[in-house]
Ligand binder design. Structure first.
Ligand code: ATP
Length: 211
């Protein structure tokens, strides 16, 4: 699975529409300190569903929107689209037939936001499901940035386990299990409600019988 293209507009220092074409052979981004290299990684993480502003090096989510400079007004919207190559059919299911899958995210300064798959609005959940067990994701192992190797080496066993689970490809099943348990809990509550109703109706029936 390769990233073909990253398109940013209004995201951090990329106020104007900026397109990175990451064709075969491109394996790095270089530039002087502070030119925005890490902002590109932030953009990828953000688009893949990161919800913690601090992991995007900000205080609030709105900090990802261009905040203005000497000659430019702040932007009102941040938008990023990432195009993934799907020639090898790495994205299965309903996306198998597409040769390219584009994932996007938008955030307006008034707080309105949304996710997109192939420019069609979707939920964050759909993006997370799309990449589950692929190693790609806001916090998955495909992005190992500055300091991350040290973090993995020094991590607590439970923290390291999250990474190993992802590599082993069992996270899809874990999240299915959480969902099934939630449904079972809902059903249990419904059963309690039904048995309350049966008791109440039995009482009414007895009184009607006597009448
Ligand atoms: P280094 O090599 O030092 O790690 P870098 O190339 O990774 O640097 P970044 O940290 O990605 O650079 O970019 C920092 C730049 O982005 C700073 O100049 C900062 O002012 C700018 N920046 C960050 N957020 C915003 C924002 N919301 N609006 C405008 N500019 C921003």
């Amino acid at each position: 699975m390769r990233i073909r293209r990253i398109e940013l507009r209004g995201f951090k220092s990329f106020v104007d529409k900026t397109v990175f074409q990451l064709g075969p052979g491109v394996s790095g981004v270089v530039g002087p300190n502070g030119c925005g290299k890490s902002n590109v990684i932030d953009a990828i993480r953000w688009t893949l569903g990161e919800q913690s502003p601090s992991l995007l090096r900000g205080k609030a989510m709105e900090d990802v929107i261009f905040s203005g400079s000497d000659g430019r007004k702040p932007a009102s919207v941040a938008e990023v689209h990432i195009a993934f190559d799907n020639e090898d059919g790495a994205f299965g299911g309903q996306y198998q037939r597409f040769s390219e899958i584009e994932v996007g995210r938008r955030l307006y300064r008034d707080g309105k936001s949304g996710y997109l798959i192939n420019r069609v609005e979707c939920r964050r959940k759909d993006i997370v499901a799309l990449f589950l067990d692929t190693g790609v994701g806001a916090r998955a192992y495909s992005i190992i940035e500055q300091g991350r190797v040290g973090f993995i080496v020094n991590a607590k066993p439970e923290e390291r386990r999250v990474l190993i689970d992802e590599v082993a490809g069992i996270n899809r099943f874990k999240s299915q299990r959480v969902e099934a348990e939630r449904r079972m809990e809902r059903t249990k509550n419904n059963l309690v409600r039904v048995s309350d109703m049966i008791t109440e109706m039995g009482r009414q029936r007895r009184s009607l019988q006597i009448q």
